[in-house]
Every structure is written in structure tokens, then in C-alpha cells.
Write a protein that binds this ligand. Sequence first.
Ligand code: AMP
Length: 114
Amino acid sequence: MTKTIFEKIIDKELPANIIFEDEKCIVIEDISPKAPIHLLVIPKKPIKMLSAMSEKDQALLGHLMLTIKKVAEQLDIKDNFNVVINNGEKAGQTVFHLHLHLLSGKNFSDLLLA
Ligand code: AMP
């Protein structure tokens, strides 16, 4: 099967600005930022999308959320960020390898929840 862009970044076959990495995930800068800070938190396990996760991924999902907390603390944005997951093509997902958008420095509240 062909690798997604994110698998290639994880495997260091494509360049990216890596902010954080551990055995379970990688955090990179989005190539086309929609906010002053726009990072992508990507599990190394190639899960297609949130709705493809199963019960056995529970700890991984928690790890991704806690990674966001850790990175937000490091960047001094811990009280000022949004997390977005686009799930499926109709919801705007373009890369079919699960990723969480971490956005800061722009107010999305009207757009997302109005
Ligand atoms: P989504 O539309 O939710 O699937 O998000 C995919 C995100 O990946 C978009 O915000 C793109 O700007 C970003 N993206 C695509 N290619 C790259 C890349 N090579 N490096 C970093 N971010 C990328």
C-alpha cells in the first residue's frame, strides 16, 4: 500500500519541522498554517481517521491529547489553543492518517461553535 504524506514524514522520507517526537507520535508544523501556531499531532500507528479507532486505541488517544498538553506548555500557549480533528472527506480531511490540529493565536470560536 502507498504511504501517506504523514507516514513518509514519520519514516523521515519527507522533511518536516518536527516540534516533538516520542515512540508513539510526532508533532510537526503544518505546511499551510491557518493560525500563528498550527501544529499537527500524528500517531505513528497508521490509523486512517478518528472513526477508524477501536477500543484498543484508547491509551493512544489519551497519549495524543496529553502530548498536546505537553507541547502547549512548552510553547507557553497552555491557556489558549484549539484542537480540531477533521474526520472524513466531507468534513475536510485531506490526509487519511489520523492527525489532531493544534491551533493557537487566532480565535476560532465563532467559526467552530457558533
Ligand atoms: P486535514 O485537511 O485535516 O486532513 O489536514 C491535513 C493538513 O496537513 C493540512 O492542514 C495541510 O496543510 C497539512 N499538510 C499537508 N502536507 C503537509 C506536509 N508535507 N507537511 C506538513 N503539513 C502538511
